[in-house]
Design a protein around this ligand. Sequence first.
Ligand code: APR
Length: 237
Amino acid sequence: MLKEWLSTSNYTVIFTGAGMSTESGLPDFRSANQGLWNQKNPEKIASTDALNNNIQEFIDFYRNRVLGVKEFKPHKGHDLLAEWEKKGIIQSIITQNVDGFHQQAGSQKVAELHGTLQTVFCQSCGRTYSSEEYVNRTYHCTCGGVLRPSVVLFGEALPEEPFQMAFEEASKAELFIVLGSSLSVTPANQFPLIAKENGAKLVIVNREPTDLDGYADETIHNRNIGEVLRDWNAYFS
Ligand code: APR
């Protein structure tokens, strides 16, 4: 069935979460054993409250994540998605991830709903820098303001442009495939439902059950995304 949907869909949109990057070496947030939020409370660390009242822990946490995205790299699954875009098999990627791995692998049309760890910006004047500044333990702007990663913190609105693009892509999708997300965070988890409401087939590939499995036309659990994408690639070769 999936082979048929992948081959006949004229507009296929991929939606990725942290499970897309665990095979690159980056931890996800809610996996039963090694998720980041099993050790830390996101509201206390990845929030504007933490930025304003717990700055040292905030900086330590995000410096570690910046080091992670510079140490690790896209895996074969990211490469396949980029190849499929070039071949016209998929049309776009909506990602919750902030590692920049889809673009590094060559994907062109990517909506980064939650921003990126590749840059930091000044809380006071807004000037943007490479996140190398955090690697070098530079945490202040030339104006004296605090530098923070260009990611969406809990309590903040999503950036308008990627949100708009994601809405358009989900609305146009004939086939909407979720890869590696628990689908537990709003408003990102609304896009699979928008696609479904607009007549798309919804496929969820996630090691563990997700909050939206009941809406899916097909779910694939207990398998690694890299392996699933390699299997699918055989359909197109
Ligand atoms: N293959 C398949 N599934 C996997 C793999 C893998 N190799 N690795 C992890 N998973 C699954 C886990 O079972 C988990 O359910 O990926 C899912 C990742 O879910 P989360 O950790 O909740 O990540 P995500 O859905 O992206 O979180 C959304 O929450 O903290 C915020 O802003 C952060 O963007 C993030 C958002």
